[in-house]
Design a protein around this ligand. Structure first.
Ligand code: ZN
Ligand code: ZN
Ligand code: ZN
Ligand code: ZN
Ligand code: ZN
Ligand code: ZN
Length: 398
């Protein structure tokens, strides 16, 4: 045995003894050992435990001194492992240490690693590789049983992450793969086929895919996820956006771009009072007022006569269109001369109709006896006689 190896081997022994008698030692914050477990074949590995099956490889990595300025003179680490389930296949120090400064010993279930370096500032990386024994089942621990260092001739106890690592060995068949969906993650589930175990392990998790939004929601269609088997509604249909209210002649339509669906048909005109001779029939709907039927014009009745107007014959109208003409009377015509014994008659006829005015002509009166002549004669005779009597007779007497 070379001197250095002897020194380290001796140190390990010392280490064991010291630990056994619990010698006081200072902790050294600068000397931190990190131990992690992984396996390229593991079903699940989280750094402090690994779930594997027979024949799988389990790797344990030990790192130290990565921190800048790490130095230690001597470091000794002792691992223990379950030889029923695991067998060690290699123990390598891939440190930047000179390999001459590293001693690795495997004895039964104990692995001792010793390092000696007087001016180390380069870090450390050890890899222990185990093989899971065929047919193994159960939990195998890999633990750091002891660790100790010497720095500047003072014994130090490095801080250690994960002093104990768990190796869960099951007998897994083929995993059952569950694909991820929009909302659920994918995974592979393994079930231990060992009798009375049935342990299930879920691994290879894949994040949920998230929905794959389809065409944007429209008035009548939802936006849904287009992923096969999903179809979840992502946004409800928007409903129509009603435009201006329907009028007599225009529909109410949806104003949303690309829609234009008719929401309400045109109302049609609301006919007002029927057209008359002089008034139109119009739509009574507010804001419309369209002429539906023009005024009918009068319906002239029989032409005006001498005595009757011409009027509109349309029911409810009766407007006078032309006034009566009046009779056109001719001259009076004597139809029968009056006599002293009988009245006469005369008539006047309308040139345009049968209208005829008839008037009586009074009887002609007999000429009355001219008593006045007799009176005048009497007066003249009497006067003459008187004058005679006065002027002739009287003067003769005289
Ligand atoms: Zn099992
Ligand atoms: Zn979806
Ligand atoms: Zn619409
Ligand atoms: Zn109208
Ligand atoms: Zn009329
Ligand atoms: Zn007439």
């Amino acid at each position: 045995m070379q001197p250095k190896r002897f020194i380290i081997a001796a140190l390990v022994v010392v280490l064991i003894v010291f630990s056994a008698v619990s010698v006081n030692a200072t902790t050294e914050d600068g000397v931190a050992i990190a131990v992690g477990i992984n396996s390229p074949q593991a079903i699940v590995a989280d750094g402090t435990s690994v779930t594997v099956k027979g024949q799988d490889t389990v790797e344990v990595s030990i790192t130290a001194g990565e921190a800048s300025g790490f130095t230690i003179d001597v470091l000794a680490i002792e691992f223990r492992y379950d030889t029923n389930l695991l067998e060690i296949t290699s123990a390598d120090c891939v440190s930047k240490y000179s390999s001459e400064n590293v001693t690795i010993q495997v004895v039964d279930d104990m692995i001792s690693i010793g390092l000696q370096n007087y001016s180390n500032d380069q870090g450390l990386s050890i890899t222990l590789t185990f093989k899971v024994k065929a047919g193994a089942h159960g939990t195998a621990d890999i633990s750091i049983a002891r660790i100790l260092g010497i720095k500047n001739n003072v014994m130090v106890v490095p801080t250690v992450d994960n002093e104990e690592l768990a190796v869960y060995v099951h007998t897994y068949g083929a995993g059952v793969v569950t694909a991820p969906t929009c909302t659920t993650e994918g995974f592979t589930e393994y079930t231990c086929t060992d009798e009375d175990c049935g342990e299930k392990v879920v691994t290879n998790k894949v994040s949920a895919l998230g929905h794959a939004p389809g065409a944007a929601a429209t008035c009548t269609t939802n936006q849904v996820c287009t992923r096969e088997g999903c179809g979840v509604e992502l946004a409800p249909a928007l409903g129509h956006a009603p435009g201006a209210a329907a009028t007599c002649t225009t529909n109410q339509v949806c104003t949303r771009e690309g829609c234009g669906v008719e929401l309400a048909p045109a109302l049609g005109h609301a006919p007002g009072a029927a057209a008359t001779c002089t008034t139109n029939q119009v739509c009574t709907r507010e804001g419309c007022g369209v002429e539906l039927v023009p005024a009918l014009g009068h319906a002239p009745g029989a032409a005006a006569t001498c005595t009757t107007n011409q009027v509109c014959t349309r029911e409810g109208c009766g407007v006078e269109i032309a006034p009566a003409n009046g009779h056109q009377m001719g001259d009076w015509v004597v139809d029968k001369e009056a006599t002293t014994k009988e009245e006469g008659s005369k008539s006047q006829s309308c040139a345009n109709c049968d209208h005829k005015l008839v008037e009586k002509i009074p009887m002609v009166e007999k000429d009355p006896f001219p008593w006045w002549i007799i009176v005048i004669v009497v007066v003249v005779l009497v006067g003459g006689f008187a004058c005679y009597w006065f002027f002739v007779v009287k003067k003769k007497e005289n």
